[in-house]
Write a protein that binds this ligand. Structure first.
Ligand SMILES: *Cc1c(COP(=O)(O)O)cnc(C)c1O
Length: 356
């Protein structure tokens, strides 16, 4: 049977009725890819859920299919959001599909090129402010009471409802089991909230017999949850998690504490190293923010976090969410890589360069 998108596939778990117009681009059903080299380093069975393979290239599509379907059902004419990039790309695409107008508020100069091109080509009105994401979200909250307007940031509970289906898929793909550990980047903290909700619901329904330990990772320069206080000027190359005052702060702490997990920080250097390592060793091109989870696994692995004490004990299963596609941010990829070799147009010169 062909996949029909997360609303049709997980209908009974979602707040929709027969009256809800389903706005979908057949999101979800992303692959859970075994990562042999990462597994070796971590002393665990590591699987990467490549959410970059969603229709607009990030997990934001899972929430957006539900947010736009409900906005349309409720008679909204315009959807608005603040965005570090991927939310605006998803909102613009799903608004186009729904036939609604879309307005996105972005921090000037801090959006990856791929993401900006998506919002523009889907004909959203793109407004750049001289301020960061947190300021943009504050303005969006102030506009939320306007007539016929729906806010589609993750403060919209339907976003979380849609995103929780990622947890369902992970368990279904593992053959009806939850992983032992769930690793995830944390920015505005909507996704960690959503995954934990999804695991809890699947557990309550009896589809899985255990729940994972949740391990979230922020960038060191944008780590309010780790520090326990708002970061006024968040800074990181991982622009998708460059957030100093996450909307999902409390629910992220609940996910951490209820699961016995942790939320830690990784440096930009560690993120960039993991970003390249993943592309070179596992063949997966994810954006820098996504690599923060991989950087987190490598950091924990250095402290033998996943290593079993007893000899012969079964390895732990670790699922790491790769939240967005590397093509979103081509500038970063080129900056992080080897130079192109320029040679004269003849066989000898090419052979010399090949060997070098
Ligand atoms: C939005 C986003 C994040 C952060 O998710 P939150 O729900 O804000 O914590 C991480 N990576 C990518 C690629 C994103 O687009």
């Amino acid at each position: 049977m062909a996949w029909k998108g997360i609303i049709q596939e997980y209908r009974s778990y979602l707040p929709i009725s027969d009256k809800t117009p389903v706005v979908t681009l057949n999101e979800g059903n992303t692959p859970l890819i075994h990562a042999p080299r990462l597994s070796e380093l971590a002393h665990a069975d590591v699987f990467l859920k490549f959410e970059g393979l969603n229709p607009t290239g990030s997990f934001k599509d899972r929430g957006m299919t539900l947010a736009l379907s409900k906005a349309k059902e409720d008679g909204a004419k315009i959807v608005i959001c603040a965005s570090t990039g991927n939310t605006s790309a998803a909102a613009a695409a799903y608004a186009a599909k729904a036939g609604l107008r879309c307005v996105v508020l972005i921090p000037e100069g801090k959006i990856a090129l791929g993401k900006l091109s998506q919002a523009l080509i889907h004909h959203a009105k793109v407004i750049a402010i001289k301020g960061n994401f947190d300021v943009a979200l504050t303005i969006i909250r102030e506009l939320s009471s306007l007539e016929s307007v729906a806010v589609v940031n993750s403060i919209n509970p339907f976003r979380i409802e849609g995103q929780k289906t990622g947890a369902f898929e992970v368990c279904d793909q593992l053959g009806g089991k939850a992983p032992d550990y769930h690793v995830i980047p944390v920015g505005n903290a909507g996704n960690i909230t959503a995954y934990w909700k999804g695991y809890k619901e699947y557990h309550q329904k009896g589809n899985i017999s255990s729940r994972p330990v949740m391990l979230g990772f922020q960038a060191k320069g944008a780590a309010p949850i780790v520090l326990g206080k708002i970061v006024q000027k968040p800074e990181t190359i991982a622009t998708a998690i460059r957030i100093g005052n996450p909307a999902g702060w409390k629910t992220a702490l609940a996910a951490r504490d209820e699961s016995g997990g942790k939320i830690d920080a990784v440096t930009d250097k560690e993120i960039l190293k993991a970003y390249k390592w993943l592309a070179e060793n596992e063949g997966i091109f994810a954006e820098p923010a996504s690599a923060s989870g991989v950087a987190g696994i490598l950091k924990l692995a250095r402290h033998k976090f996943f290593t079993k004490k007893q000899a012969g004990a079964k390895r732990s299963t670790v699922v790491c969410i790769l939240t967005g596609h590397g093509l979103k941010d081509p500038d970063q990829a080129i900056k992080s890589s080897k130079k192109i070799h320029q040679v004269p147009a003849n066989k000898e010169a090419v052979m010399k360069a090949m060997r070098g």
